[in-house]
Design a protein around this ligand. Structure first.
Ligand SMILES: NC(=O)CC[C@H](N)C(=O)O
Length: 427
């Protein structure tokens, strides 16, 4: 890695700007830049380590936010959601549940650790784009293999920076998630982009079919020894799990493998009858993008499998279980997205600091008798977990596989294994 001192022009906002007009002052500072190669530091114009060009984010409420682009150029429509994680931008970029969405990071400083290929949650970026306040002018991490900008460019994902993310977040908190259009194309007028935003919708769209695997496969990767944090109580026996891929994150598979599961991953449309032929000890319904009401075929599959073998649902999987059990899901105002959301585990009274990414939730009042709410989101008291003990079902609305710093939610994988062991022993 090469390290050199360079001059950079840095835009500093003077006070709070209106969305239409930025009042910025440029001054030059001396910075130390760590680049991946001698040339990579000057991949953009004017000696800057990133490409600089004008971009706009046009929201369906008619506001226009001037920004600079990095990553891919073009025009893209999506739903804007804000994520309160301080870091983990790479896991966010590769979480298939963000398909169709622009992720706005509330942490203003993004990109400083670059990107590595070990932390990916899937092999692709499915999100619509990334919206950040400040793109780090230097990249420094022993694990880094690429800058964030280069990573996005190669994957044709748009990013914008130098935008007032705090003001947009406040708007989303007041008005709820909004559809927006990101564009680097000067030929498109503001009105054209606004029209695009207003004529697009994410509700009712099956986004799962675009992210699920095409054919079943066996998961072989394990949580590497360096990263393993839970070596206690590992069962000696192996449990066969079929994992439905609605947009599955690799760490769900790694944590299941770490707890002794042998996993077959199957596509979202995989018939229940074929799953039962594999004689699994348990079934996992994964996370996934979009509206659970847009995938009735998945709800039908879940219905057919309920009561057959122990089931664990995560996020979209939890929502599909909620519907399959006769309950309703609803769209939240701006959802939960971040690595620092408190959840109360009602079973043991403990509070878990959790990773979350969802815009829909299960309405617990709509569920039939016998189903228990096991977890509550402490930010808004919404349902964060369910159990249906008589049918050996458990589910979480958030992401126990994520390691947003704490590993508070990891033991739930052990609970799933215990449930499979119990059922196997009584068979
Ligand atoms: N992470 C997920 O599985 C998200 C579920 C669903 N797409 C939602 O937004 O609520």
């Amino acid at each position: 890695m090469a390290c050199r001192a360079m001059d950079f022009a840095v835009a500093i906002p003077l006070g709070i700007c209106s969305p239409q007009k930025r009042d910025v002052k440029l001054f030059r500072v001396k910075c130390s830049v760590v680049s991946l190669t001698e040339n990579a530091a000057v991949s953009g114009s004017g000696g800057r380590p990133w490409k600089v060009s004008d971009a706009r984010l046009v929201l369906e409420d008619g506001t226009i936010w001037k920004a600079k682009s990095f990553g891919a150029a073009g025009t893209q429509v999506g739903e804007v959601v804000f994520n309160t994680s301080l870091t983990g931008y790479q896991e966010i970029l590769t979480d298939p549940s963000y398909a169709g969405q622009f992720v706005l990071m509330t942490n203003p400083h993004i990109g400083n650790t670059g990107v590595n290929f070990d932390d990916q949650e899937s092999s692709q970026c499915f999100l619509g784009g990334l919206v950040i306040r400040s793109l780090s002018i230097s990249t420094s991490s022993w694990r880094c293999v690429e800058t964030l900008g280069d990573y996005l460019s190669k994957r044709n994902i748009m990013g914008i920076y130098d935008v007032d993310t705090r003001a947009i977040t406040r708007r989303l908190r007041e008005d709820g998630s909004l559809i927006g259009v990101l564009s680097t194309e000067e030929s498109k007028s503001d009105n054209q982009l606004l029209e695009m935003a207003r004529s697009w919708d994410i509700v009712g769209v099956d986004l799962i079919s675009g992210v699920s695997c095409q054919a079943p496969y066996e998961w072989v990767d394990k949580t590497g020894n360096d990263w393993e944090f839970n070596t206690n109580g590992r069962p000696g026996e192996t449990f066969k799990v079929v994992a439905y891929d609605f947009g599955i994150k690799h760490n769900i598979l790694r944590r299941l493998a770490s707890y002794g599961c042998k996993i077959t991953v199957v596509p979202s449309t995989w018939p229940a009858s074929e799953t039962l032929k594999l004689q699994p000890d348990g079934i996992l319904f994964s996370n996934g993008p979009g509206d659970p009401s847009a995938v009735p075929y998945a709800v039908d599959t879940v219905k057919e499998l309920i009561g057959q073998v122990p089931i664990f649902g995560i996020c979209m999987g939890h929502q599909l279980l909620g519907q399959a059990l006769g309950g309703k899901t609803y769209k939240m105002k701006f959802g939960h997205h971040g690595g620092n959301h408190p959840v109360r585990n009602i079973k043991n009274g403990q509070v878990e600091i959790s990773s979350q990414n969802h815009n829909y939730a299960v309405d617990p009042a709509s569920l039939p008798d016998g189903i228990e709410v096991t977890h509550i989101n402490l930010n808004d008291e919404s349902c964060a977990g369910l159990a249906f003990p008589s049918k050996n079902i458990m589910s979480l609305q958030y992401h126990p596989e994520a390691s947003p710093g704490p590993h508070d939610s990891d033991p739930v994988f052990g609970e799933f294994v215990d449930m499979m062991r119990r059922v196997k022993a009584n068979a």
